[in-house]
Design a protein around this ligand. Sequence first.
Ligand code: HEM
Length: 100
Amino acid sequence: MGQSTRNFVLHNVTIPKGAAVFPLLGAANHDPDVFENPEVFDITREHNKHLGFGSGIHSCLGAPLARMETRSAIANLIKRNPNLRLAIDASEFEFINTPR
Ligand code: HEM
C-alpha cells in the first residue's frame, strides 16, 4: 500500500493527493479488457498478451528457454503417460476467488 503524492487520473478515476493507494494486480492475465473469456483455460489463444514473463524493459530474458523446456516437458509427460487423466471430474474443482 502507498500514498499518492499528487492528484492524478487513472482510467477515468481521480486519485486525490494523499489518498491511500492499494494496487491489486489480481486481474493481470484475467483482464476482460485484454482477454476474451478471461476465466476460460484456453491454450489455443492467439496473440496472447499475458504477463507471465513480465513486460517492458525487464521482461524475462529466459522466456524462450522456459518456453522450450515447458514444451519438451509437457510433450514427454504425455508421451510417457498416454493414459494420464484427472483423478476427479473437472467439474469437481473448486476455484478460489481472489480480490481484483
Ligand atoms: C516458466 C519459467 C519462468 C517464468 C514464469 C519467469 C518469469 C519472469 C518474470 C515475470 C520476470 C520479470 C520480473 C520483473 O518484472 O521484475 C522475469 C525476469 C527475468 N527472468 Fe524469468 N521466468 C522464467 C524462466 C527464466 C529462465 C529459465 C531464465 C534464465 C535462464 C530467466 C531469467 C530471467 C532474468 C535474467 C530476468 C530479469 C530480466 C531483467 O530484469 O531485465 N527466467 N522472469
